[in-house]
Design a protein around this ligand. Sequence first.
Ligand code: FAD
Ligand code: 2HG
Ligand code: ZN
Length: 473
Amino acid sequence: MNAINTSILDTLARIVGPSGLLGGSDMAPYLTDWRNLYSDGAALAVLRPASTQELSDCVKACVAAGVPMVPQGGNTSMVAGATPDASGRQIVISTQRMNRVRAIDTMDMTMVAEAGVILKTAQDVAREAGALFPLSLGAEGSATIGGVLSTNAGGNTTVRYGNARELMLGLEAVMPDGTIWNGLRRLRKDNTGYALRHLLVGAEGTLGFITAAALRLFPLPREEAVALAAVRDEEAALSLFRRFRDRDESAVRAFEYMSAGSMHLVLDHVPGATLPLAQRAGHYVLIDLASSRPGAELRALLEEVLAEAMEAGEVLDAALAESGAQRAAIWRLREEHPEGQKLAGASVKNDVSVPVSKVPEMIRRSSDALRALIPGSRPVPFGHMGDGNIHMNLAQPLDMDAKAFLERSHDIMDCVNEVVRELGGSFSAEHGIGRIKTDMMESWRGGAELAAMQAIKKALDPKGLFNPGKVLP
Ligand code: FAD
Ligand code: 2HG
Ligand code: ZN
């Protein structure tokens, strides 16, 4: 290690203390991504500041020494956004020790949480206070408030409550020069020039470091009803969504589509996963209704709409949860989709969105194109149909070498993206750009939009030290 590195590490160690600076093999969990796509990560150190002030002092020291920084929360990014490169020059800054819920107010319906608060903890704290923090996703046991805001995560309840951005009222952040910005305003209306808070949301750590957020809360549901239905095809799934939306839009908390390909990987690979239906089908949907209105009669609504759709030949079979345990078991089948695909071998992810009406066409055309591109490959689409966001993923052919399959990743993504572009969609719906999709930015956002992004980056982070190599090409 050279003298410059030794001196910056000494400075940082003085700021954060011995438990705030990790090196050597202690850094291992911070250096690879959840998907294990990048195992070449290396870092000068992993920093774990315990407060906004400590973080600010660390950032100032890193800027002075020209050391690049990689913000990291739960490291569950699907696009390797939180992992460092192979240079060994970058410092990972983890929010693990900045994990206090600072305040909760059920009159204002707000909660102020530090960036390192785990999403599940935020939900639990809100529930204990008699309110709902509605953001929900499979990684909620590890993902953090800073991470979900920095990726503008969506998840399962976007159809009812919006993305993470819609749940944020104000932010506190350490800007790229180390200045602390306190924008923790808990206001429903605050039109005061450019909305810096919205620039930081979805910036994936490239424009500053979110240290705390003022979040919106909602009333707890009084009634919940969940069903898993086998449906005839993609169009039938969409038609069922419309039936529920037309009957009571405010009751639809989640509407998730799962193809046979993806559901059966869960049933075949995830221990304990069982289908609560008489037989396997070609397509499934999970319907989750919730209401805080007394007497919402959601169970009756669920039965009536499913019966109508059965009569119309759209629904083939359905299982209605009779208890909290059964609701959880049905949800588990959905939540285990990423894990099922991981256990089944190599897969390539395509987190895409199209206008809701185009979802069936997108799934069908992409699946055909993918099968033609790599014979024997298995399209495994699933996801948030109510938001037009499908994970149009592809599992490797059973007889193909995983490495050879992954080498085709960009062909596979291009193949889906071509269909998505024709349908007016986006190549990145909810996971972000991270390290994986930077090369797509020019073709999708090039021109005025990308130029503005680059100008903003240069203005806020002129030395390019915040999460270099992510988001922008
Ligand atoms: P990290 O992975 O640590 O970081 C994500 C990005 O944010 C990185 O670019 C990082 O540099 C940056 N960052 C982290 N913290 C900060 C901070 N405090 N300030 C500035 N930048 C920061 N996403 C969805 O949208 N919907 C889903 O349904 C969904 N399901 C998932 C299911 C599984 C099993 C997994 C593994 C992931 C899933 N994701 C989903 C991916 C999703 O992006 C993350 O789970 C979550 O948003 C990231 O939170 P994190 O704390 O792990 O962030
Ligand atoms: C989900 O919806 C996540 O479960 C992960 O966004 C999607 O594994 C994926 O492709
Ligand atoms: Zn998703």
